[in-house]
Design a protein around this ligand. Sequence first.
Ligand code: NDP
Length: 474
Amino acid sequence: AQAEIGLIGLGVMGSNLALNIAEKGNKIAVFNRTVEATRKFYAEAGDLQGQIVPCETIEEFVAAIRPPRPIIIMIKAGDPVDQQMELLKPYLEKNDIMIDAGNANFRDTMRRFDNLKDSGLTFIGMGVSGGEEGARHGPSIMVGGTEDSWKRVEKVLTSIAAKYNDDPCVAWLGENGAGHFVKTIHNGIEYADMQMIAEIYGILRDGLKMSATEISEVFGTWNKGRLNSYLIEITEKVLKAADPITGGPIVDLILDKAGQKGTGKWSAIEAQNMGVPATGIEAAVAARSISSMKEEREAAEKVLGLPDGELKIADKAAFLKDLESALLASKIGAYAQGFAVMSAASKEFGWNLPMPTIARIWRAGCIIRSQFLDEITTAFTKDPDVANLIVTPAFATMVKETDGALRRVVSAAVLAGLPVPALASALGYFDSYRRGRGTANVIQAQRDFFGAHGFDRVDGKAAHHGPWGSGLNA
Ligand code: NDP
């Protein structure tokens, strides 16, 4: 029998995804640019060899797949994908489906989708989260493309996706770039979540002078409560791990420099493009950029010194409780912003993104998987058109229960000179979003003063310029 699906690119993600597909009883044809990788992959496939058709030429590969052929391309994102698609195209037939499963920018996905429109071929942009482990045993899969092309791949993808209870973490989210956009925002939220955890770690390490092992225990306890999630779980493990050479905590030996590649930055840019505040994601991307300026920071510490504040805590146990609640509060802020960005994009690009479904397929398989996402699923299921997650009844209650703790933690950290840009961004977001009367009246007056921009009045009266006299247009 012919293979049900094909896959190009036997790197880390592609080979694990291919084994997952084969293991779930789907016959799969595989191809890799460098032939040795294909041979090695097949040689190591063990019991699964019977489900795998290793191919050394594109021609052989395409012939091995049942039409209409779904072909997953899991290679380095960017130009390589365009090159691979060009090489593949001449061998394909009407209704065959090229599926880009890498971390593509959704704007590239939309372009690729459009370019194929008149060719009879179709294109799916598919976000895959969960890293190597997820790809092998069950990722979260976000699909964008035509509904017909989704129907052709639904069965295979459902078989390989992570399951939350028995619910598969895969869904068709809309046309063209919808899947890759949602994956991008998933990663943006992941950036924010990780940064907030790192800031709390910083308060424990530099404020409370706790050791990595002690901090690990704190995260371990939190993982049993409302913060229960994959990221908290791995943070506990990371802090506990010993360096094989020195025997001390490995985390203390890791250089404090983090890169920021594509998706975090894209999330912030797209949020800005649409005028949606995503301050948690922005703070996280900026924090990684500052982290990478290691030499500059060391030089600045010599010039400016560290602030001489100290973390003043009356009751350590109560403060630890506050830190837990503060992390939950700031996390709510970041997720609310991420969903608000998706909601705006849904209108802007005509996707009709299903918010409850997105939260549902993030509950397992992906890096931000957590119990918390189950609560988001419930909130959006009850109220799919709500303006913002934080005004749903369940989350409004959670914000009111936890934002006091966030305020105390941010204040204490600021007074002690400990950087908490992402935690503070969540607080700023709550305090601005919940305040009916803000301060942009002054901005409007200033703009009118120097640029005659005009303003609207609260009383609805029609005077559109202020009485600035000779200052107007100065
Ligand atoms: P790897 O570096 O392990 O593998 C890269 C693959 O791309 C190889 O098969 C390589 O083939 C192929 N390749 C590179 N350039 C070309 C080209 N010009 N034409 C054809 N094939 C090419 O990458 P990963 O598996 O880690 O990542 C693959 C994709 O998955 C990326 O888009 C990545 O962002 C995304 N992703 C990765 C995750 C992860 O945790 N690693 C998680 C989620 C998504 P060759 O052997 O011939 O060099």
